[in-house]
Design a protein around this ligand. Structure first.
Ligand SMILES: [Fe+2]
Ligand SMILES: [Fe+2]
Length: 174
């Protein structure tokens, strides 16, 4: 291998490393989008609660009851705001948006499943977490980059930060 080729190869590898570092560097979340990121935190906690319930041998029906409440009160309104005000910033032709919409459809089906609770709760635990990581690491960064001031103002207006009200009826994870 010639020295020049070696050097080029080295440069290419370094460049690739740099690029991937840039990609994974966290971007400061826009103030308008922060309440949605806080919702994500509570959804990640739901995934943790499901895992904890399984580990403790809690009846799936009890986990399902809490999960149903969380879906109606938190997941559905959150999906709606994303679909109405965030995703349109990039447009529905955008590949990232298409992936997110497909994941919303799949998650809604899983939350509504009443047949095999162990299977659907297990899938929610994995797939909801992956969906959130994807939004936080990729999709929201793109939306934030492309959004106009007006679009960010509408997002902020439609989703104000409200204190999370826990459902303490049956805290099976404790
Ligand atoms: Fe989403
Ligand atoms: Fe989300």
């Amino acid at each position: 291998m010639s020295a020049v080729f070696c050097l080029r190869l080295k440069y290419k590898v370094q460049n690739k490393k740099l690029k991937s570092m840039e990609k994974s560097k966290p971007i400061k979340r826009s103030k308008s989008i922060q309440p949605l990121s806080r919702d994500h935190h509570h959804s990640l906690l739901l995934c943790w609660k499901i895992r904890k319930g399984f580990l403790k041998g809690v009846a799936p029906e009890r986990i399902k009851k809490y999960t149903d409440w969380f879906f109606e009160d938190h997941v559905l309104p959150h999906f709606e705001i994303e679909e109405r005000y965030l995703y349109p910033v990039l447009g529905e032709e955008n590949e990232l948006v298409q992936k997110a919409l497909a994941e919303h459809r799949r998650l809604k089906r899983l939350f509504k499943d009443k047949e095999d609770l162990v299977k659907s709760l297990g899938s929610i635990e994995k797939e909801l977490e992956l969906h959130i990581r994807f939004e936080e690491r990729e999709l929201f960064n793109e939306i934030q980059k492309e959004a106009t001031e007006e679009e960010l103002a509408v997002i902020a207006e439609k989703h104000k930060d409200e204190k999370f009200q826990e459902n303490t009826e049956d805290e099976f994870w404790k």
